[in-house]
Design a protein around this ligand. Structure first.
Ligand code: PRX
Length: 640
């Protein structure tokens, strides 16, 4: 038996059953998929539920496993393939070159005072330096926190305050669909707003837009790099449970949570997923169209493919520029074997000339993986037929770091089923639980998707700085039992395939981007004209969902005239753009004079959503004033 060949492979059900019945044996064997500087003493420590520690006492390093480990066998093979159709740049870094650049970045960070355990916030577009920065942090044991470049100053400020980074790494600008998006003014505004200000800001100057430098704080990457061209920075060997990174994600409250991840468990989980789920081999090319600001970018642009010894494409651009063939052109050019995207990107392509899909040689491509939002049947069927390749839906979360439900063709060639992401992956003890009783629901009955702890390696350790919030948010919502709630509804059919039916909380999913409606509401409420508001996610054919806002003005007469109403709608959208980023901008802002509420004052968001989607708003016996619903119907253009 080779390293990582686990007894039971060959049948997914057997593989899965063993992963739950014998967690220590199972993961103890899979741990051989990565390098350890010192072996672990215990595979699993679950003495303080629901906190889980994997590979206790083992010493390893993510950067070593992603880069250094491959130098002997593949120093000159592609590691990071950077393509920007925004700036017409294309650069290939071999493992040897990536190693060099990461050591240079690590030396710069050390010079700027970054020590093991310190936080480094990375607010960057999709450029190679962002990957260098992530890997450099991993190398020296600093904790990175990447903030999606589409977020604006308020979002950024709250993350800076929570992480209290000693260093921020950023760039002058990003570019989207040919339009330069300056980052520096947003960063400066965020640091002004923040209480915990970083001592240094490391600026990568792409030459896209001039920017102001703050003396004694802003440092120039190119200059510092020159000083460290020959830097040799050895990896810091970290105990498996030290922190590798935090990544902020939205939930029910307006305050984003820092999802905190370990080192050893994450590395093993990713290595195993590359082998059993993504079936990617060393020396091949992986292409994920995500962004490093999201969890898919962390796991499957940066760490997963590199740990597996694959070249990984980092793509700055959209699926449509310079034309709708660009993704497939890259597949042909770099002989991509494994591709990962989001249903929205495919729905965008579906509107284009289908011949784009057949113009390039896609013979290298084995599978297209899609995740982040529900994959509707027509889209799955269309792309599967057009490419003539297997399409594999996979369901997971920022919190879990790797797929919860999918098929694992590295274990067994289980058939996929349209509309279903698949079955529970090894390590995940998935149950569907009744929201009120906590009992398991039956076949074809709707329940909350829950995972019985201990969570497998790779999943979040806790909420950064707030163990209590971790337990309260994720493990205290199912009555009568300690279970991790995904906050998704699901059902399971008679053959064991799961179907995801949407969130149980106020999280919405716009084009695969996870957003909290409460954050958007808080942003709108900061406008002086707004008395109160409600934001809901409404089904959209292209983006999956869009945010729709209902606003009660302090002075309703301000929205009486059409011109004034439109101007105010624009102002409110601009407020969200400025504070949170255009990604969170509501698609419409409707003005009403009251919101539907229960008699105890709770806004009936699910009823609002139902009305927007022309569905039955459900049981409304507790509503305070039914007139609110009529207003809503009128506002969205439905008859009362
Ligand atoms: O509601 C589920 C939806 O996206 C949420 C997690 O989003 P995020 O933390 O950004 O992580 C994305 C990792 C791929 C889930 O709670 N979701 C994710 N994948 C799917 C999905 N819904 C349906 N089908 C999926 N494949």
């Amino acid at each position: 038996m080779g390293a990582g060949d686990v007894i039971g492979a060959g049948s997914l059900s057997g593989f899965h059953a063993r992963s739950i019945a014998d967690r220590e044996g199972f993961w103890g064997e899979l741990a051989a998929l990565i390098d350890w500087q010192a072996p672990f003493e215990r595979v699993l420590d679950y003495s303080r539920p629901p906190f889980t520690r994997w590979f206790v006492g083992g010493r390893t390093n993510l950067c070593h496993n992603a880069v250094d480990r491959h130098l002997a066998a593949r120093r000159d093979q592609p590691a990071l393939i950077y393509v920007s159709t925004e700036t017409d740049d294309e650069r290939v870094y071999s493992f040897g070159e990536l190693h060099r650049e990461v050591m240079r970045m690590a030396a710069i960070m050390r010079e700027l005072g970054v020590r093991r355990g310190d936080r480094v916030l990375i607010y960057m577009p999709m450029i190679p330096e962002a990957t260098f920065a992530m890997l450099a942090c991993a190398r020296i044991g600093a904790i990175h926190s990447v903030v999606f470049g589409g977020f604006a100053s308020h979002s950024l400020a709250s993350r800076i305050d929570d992480a209290s980074p000693v260093l921020v790494v950023s760039a002058d600008a990003g570019s989207r669909a040919g339009k330069v998006v300056p980052y520096k003014p947003l960063l400066d505004a965020a640091i002004d707003l923040a209480r915990n200000r970083p001592a240094n800001v490391l600026m990568v100057d792409r030459g896209l837009v001039p920017f102001e430098r703050v003396a004694a704080r802003d440092r120039d990457y190119a200059q510092l790099r020159e000083r460290h061209l020959d830097a040799e920075v050895p990896v810091e060997w970290l105990e498996s449970n030290e922190i590798s990174y935090t990544l902020y994600t939205s939930g029910t409250t307006g305050v984003p949570k820092g999802v905190q991840r370990d080192v050893g468990g994450y590395a093993v989980a990713l290595a195993a997923s590359m082998k059993y789920i993504f079936c990617g081999n060393a020396g091949e090319t992986y292409f994920s169209t995500s962004d490093i600001g999201w969890v898919v970018g962390h796991s499957y642009i940066v760490y997963g493919p590199l740990i597996a010894g694959m070249g990984t494409i980092m793509y700055e651009g959209t699926p449509l520029r310079p034309d709708a063939g660009i993704l497939w052109k890259l597949v042909e050019k770099y002989r991509v074997t494994v591709m990962f995207s989001a249903p929205t990107a495919i729905r965008v392509l579906k509107k284009q000339d289908p011949s784009w899909l057949t113009r390039y040689d896609l013979s290298s491509l084995r599978t297209l993986f899609l995740a982040g939002e529900p994959l509707d049947e027509p889209t799955a069927r269309w792309i599967g037929e057009a490419l003539g390749k297997p399409i594999v839906d996979n369901y997971w979360q920022t919190e879990t770091g790797w797929p919860i439900l999918t098929v694992a063709h590295g274990v067994e060639k289980t058939p996929t089923r349209l509309g279903s992401p698949g079955m529970p992956m090894y390590g995940y003890d998935v149950r569907l639980l009744h929201e009120q009783t906590g009992e398991e629901v039956g076949t074809n009955e709707k329940g909350v998707v829950a995972i019985m702890p201990p969570l497998p390696p790779g999943c979040m350790q806790t909420v950064w700085g707030d163990d209590e919030r971790f337990v309260k948010t994720y493990f205290s919502t199912i009555p009568g039992r300690l279970a991790y709630s995904t906050f998704d509804w699901g059902i399971r059919d008679e053959d064991g395939y799961y179907f995801i039916l949407g969130r149980t909380d106020d999280v919405i999913n716009v084009a695969g981007h996870r957003l909290g409606t409460r954050e958007i509401e808080e942003s709108l409420s900061s406008h002086p004209a707004v008395a109160e508001c409600a934001v809901v996610g409404v089904a959209d054919a292209l983006k999956g969902q869009v945010a729709m806002a209902f606003v009660v003005l302090k002075d309703p007469s301000r929205a009486a005239a059409d011109d004034a109403r439109m101007a105010l709608e624009g102002e409110l959208m601009a407020t969200v753009d400025k504070q949170l980023g255009a990604v969170a901008r509501p698609s419409r802002v409707h003005f009403v004079t009251l919101l539907p509420k229960t008699r105890s004052g709770k806004v009936l968001r699910r009823s609002i959503q139902a009305i927007c989607e022309a569905r039955d708003p459900g049981d409304l016996t507790t509503i305070e004033d039914p007139g609110a619903l009529e207003q809503l119907r009128r506002a969205v253009g439905l008859q009362a």
